[in-house]
Design a protein around this ligand. Structure first.
Ligand SMILES: Cc1ncc(COP(=O)(O)O)c(C=O)c1O
Length: 402
């Protein structure tokens, strides 16, 4: 048994990041400045797009992308039911309606069932590259083309992921990334919009800073000018140089982080391969999964225990766990505001059953990963033993097939 608790997630911050932050603090330039510009350029290059605009969260990146895409009151935007609430809330904030789409057996937006959601008010779709694996971008592109929809990819989980060899974040009209503390790279809080459309990027940039014609860097630097105009009522979502200090170094280490995540996922895959009670995440053909999450689905009936009890057992063994996600259609807000009911989401309900995420992050040691494996195996094997003792005939093929 471990002596100390293994948190579900921890960021990996190195000495370079710390020194860069200190450099910003000493320089006196602590808000948007040269390091944000440098970070944006490096990120655009990494993703392979013309423009990247750094903001203070992925929520802001999604919100500003939809706003700059012209989404407003009366419009409908399709989002998957398995996602974080931010994906849908930004739609609500713009006065539009989030139309929840069902998901497939991998927790990804079910592109085969999108057509039925389209109305004359449908203006956009937000595919979420859930857990770090890209969704069916070809199907999304053809769906969007046939209904003239604006596509904002939610890449909160997927920085570094590849779709048929191409980095994620360049397939739609815009893409939104997260650098929240738990994400594959972090700036504490932070986000990025990527796009190939320079005019669109300029609009996002302006909306991110009050709708002003010039940002502080342009006004206060040696070559700057005091004059600016407010061109529209924008928001306040700019990234600071302190955050970009972290981002610059995290981006350099991203491939190394992804390598480690994939190695840990392969280790889990191998270690749980003989446990029929644990359904592991699948890597689809043509995808380079970056395993932001390692979501497993436990077969509650076969185990004779539910998810809450399984998580309690992990906690007792000092292993953190989480759930990604409680489907949006189950939350009171979306049920009350839009009348969603679980019966409407067969795929989402099925995916959510027994769903939990195990710890998986580069800062974990080999010993940490071995402890996770040991804890999971122990819980499963103990449950098997209990079930056999209680009702020897019941734990068979039928229960495993639930
Ligand atoms: C799928 C998804 N989209 C958007 C967000 C929002 O990211 P942020 O916290 O950077 O605003 C999250 C955060 O967890 C997320 O998981």
């Amino acid at each position: 048994m471990r002596s100390h608790f293994l948190p579900y997630c921890l960021p990996q911050i190195g000495e370079e990041e710390i020194a860069e932050v200190v450099d910003s603090l000493r320089s006196g330039w602590v808000t948007t400045g040269p390091k944000v510009k440098k970070f944006e350029a490096a990120f655009a290059e990494y993703v392979g797009v013309a423009e990247a605009v750094a903001v203070n969260s992925c929520t802001a990146a999604l919100h500003l992308s939809l706003a700059a895409g012209g989404i407003g009151p009366g419009d409908e935007v399709i989002v998957p039911t398995i996602t974080f609430c931010a994906t849908a809330n930004v739609v609500v904030h713009l006065g539009a309606r989030p139309v929840l789409a069902d998901v497939d057996e991998n927790g990804l937006i079910d592109t085969a069932r999108l057509e039925r959601l389209v109305t004359p008010r449908t203006k956009a779709v937000i595919p979420v590259h859930y857990a770090g694996q890209s969704c069916n971008l070809e199907a999304i592109a053809s769906f969007a083309r046939s209904h003239n929809l604006f596509v904002v990819e939610d890449c909160a989980h997927a920085v570094g992921a590849l779709h048929h060899g191409r980095p994620i974040g360049a397939a739609g009209n815009a893409a939104a990334f997260s650098f929240y503390a738990t994400k594959n790279m972090t700036t504490g809080e932070g986000g990025m919009v990527t796009t190939d459309d320079r005019d669109f990027a300029a609009r996002v940039r302006r909306l991110a800073l009050h709708g002003m014609s010039r940002d502080a860097w342009k006004r206060y630097s040696e070559t700057g000018t005091w004059y600016y105009e407010v061109l529209e009522a924008g928001y306040k979502c700019n990234m600071t140089d302190i955050q970009a200090s972290l981002g610059l170094h995290q981006l350099r280490r991203l491939d190394e982080f992804v390598f480690r995540r994939r190695a840990l996922a392969a280790h889990y895959d191998e270690s749980f391969a003989d446990l029929a009670e644990i359904e592991r995440p699948r890597q689809l053909p043509g995808r380079h999964h970056v395993y932001h999450l390692y979501p497993v689905r436990i077969r509650e009936k076969a185990l004779g225990m539910d998810r809450a009890a399984f998580i309690d057992e992990l906690t007792r063994r000092k292993i953190g766990a989480s759930v990604h996600f409680i489907p949006l259609h189950r939350h009171p807000f979306y049920q009350t505001a839009y009348g969603y009911k679980p019966e409407q989401f067969e795929g989402g309900e099925k995916y959510y059953r027994g769903l939990l995420s195990l710890p998986l992050y580069p800062r974990m040691t080999g010993e940490d990963a071995a402890d996770v494996v040991e804890a999971v195996r122990e819980i499963v094997l103990e449950a098997r033993g209990r079930n056999r003792a209680a009702q020897p005939a019941a734990v068979g093929e039928e229960a495993l097939a639930q």
